[in-house]
Design a protein around this ligand. Structure first.
Ligand code: BGC
Length: 380
């Protein structure tokens, strides 16, 4: 019996070794098609998960995968894309850092390698055809609605206004504009009627680029947001008590919470409480924070599903299907079609649906298998 077990273990080891080898083999000739996966950064947690999910979904289909992270440096990501091309990738899945990626995308087009823009649209390029993402305007609307509900703005009056301060994501990430504009579509009417007052710069939309720059957070870096929040608390916000902060994602939300907790007005030690703070990505640390009553809300974008959908798209492209249809994603048409407008052409944009998360439904991501079991248990 012992012997049999040993033989079985050895066979399994050889089997899995072979499988890993075929998935990771970087050589040429007669190999399964290679999919190059370029992710933007690792300092925002989701991307490591996106990279791992994409790789697994590619290998599940018998293709080979290579994943590279750009460390928020577009030159570095461009070099990584060049390496994928040198390695004869058949398709590229790219979440870019800024529109400096367009040069690498044009090299892909020269080599006839189709590119899928993943999560973030590749701006100022006419050299690719596909984009897959969530409805990012809706993500922003959820953030605005979270604040509207939490502050009960529908019943608030100009005589006793609420105070908000605004943050946006990276000015080089096209998504940041969608998030902000979606949120402001909900909040602007309350600002106009005087019910909600903005502390600090107030771009009405992302099109007000000089004010948008002032509230934007270069490369989504948490220390930049924390620092800006600290400065605000000591300057523009010194004379008021903030009721809300529009924060574009969980990483920045937690940095803003940290800055607030260091201020006695919001620390909870002398009766004060944190402002209503928004987020997105349903990062586990933020889900815990929501459960514990610090962060107010997040937006769950099931990136497990996004990765799977992107690889279904890649597979259809490899198989020569010019009009792919992706289960779980809707091709943007009508008003939504402009989501795929790169400034040089309108690419096919496939959209998945985000879900708003507050304390009431904080278990939804866990129930969808988004966290480890251990993490999920901590939210119960
Ligand atoms: C993504 C967000 C993410 C942010 C920072 C955006 O493009 O859509 O999910 O939080 O980048 O990495």
């Amino acid at each position: 019996m012992k012997k049999l077990c040993l033989v079985l273990t050895a066979l399994t080891a050889v089997g899995s070794g072979l499988f890993a080898g075929s998935g990771a083999d970087k050589g040429g000739g007669g190999k399964a098609p290679l999919v190059g996966i370029a992710m933007p950064e690792t300092h925002v947690q989701r991307w490591q998960k996106d990279g791992a999910n994409l790789k697994a979904a590619v290998e599940k289909r018998g293709f080979r995968a290579e994943v590279a992270y750009g460390d928020a440096d577009q030159n570095q990501q461009n070099r990584q894309i060049q390496t994928f091309l040198t390695n004869k990738a058949k398709v590229l899945i790219v979440a870019n850092i800024n529109d400096g990626v367009a040069a690498a995308i044009s090299d892909a087009a020269r080599d006839k390698v189709p590119v899928i823009a993943y999560d973030r649209l590749i701006m100022n390029s006419g050299d690719y055809d596909y984009y897959i993402t969530f409805n990012n305007y809706k993500v922003g609307q959820f953030q605005g609605q979270g604040i509207e509900t939490a502050l009960n703005l529908k019943s608030a009056t100009a005589g006793s206004p609420k105070y908000i301060t605004l943050f946006a994501g990276s000015p080089t990430d096209n998504n940041a504009k969608f998030f902000f504009d979606g949120a402001m579509s909900v909040l602007n009417p309350y600002i106009k009627s005087g019910v909600l007052k903005v502390v600090g710069p107030y771009p009405e939309t992302s099109a007000d680029s000089s004010k948008f720059q002032q509230i934007a957070t270069e490369n989504w870096q948490a220390p930049i947001a924390k620092n800006r929040m600290e400065n605000l608390l000591n300057a523009d916000a010194r004379e008021v008590v903030l009721d809300a902060v529009l924060a574009p994602n969980d990483t920045l939300a937690r940095a803003i919470i940290e800055a607030c907790l260091a201020d006695v007005k919001y620390a909870g030690t002398s009766g004060g409480k944190l402002p209503v703070i928004t987020g997105q990505d349903a990062e586990f640390a933020s889900a815990l924070s929501i459960k514990n009553g610090q962060q107010y809300m997040t937006v769950f974008k099931d990136t497990n599903k996004l990765a799977e959908a992107a690889v279904v798209l890649a597979e259809q492209i490899i198989n020569g299907n010019a009009n792919p249809s992706i289960p779980g994603a809707v091709l943007a048409t009508g008003d939504l079609a402009s989501i795929g407008n790169t400034g040089k052409k309108t690419v096919k944009a496939y959209l998945l649906e985000p879900i708003i998360i507050t304390k009431n439904n904080v278990n939804v991501p866990a129930d969808a298998g988004f966290y480890s079991q251990q993490e999920g248990a901590q939210l119960k």
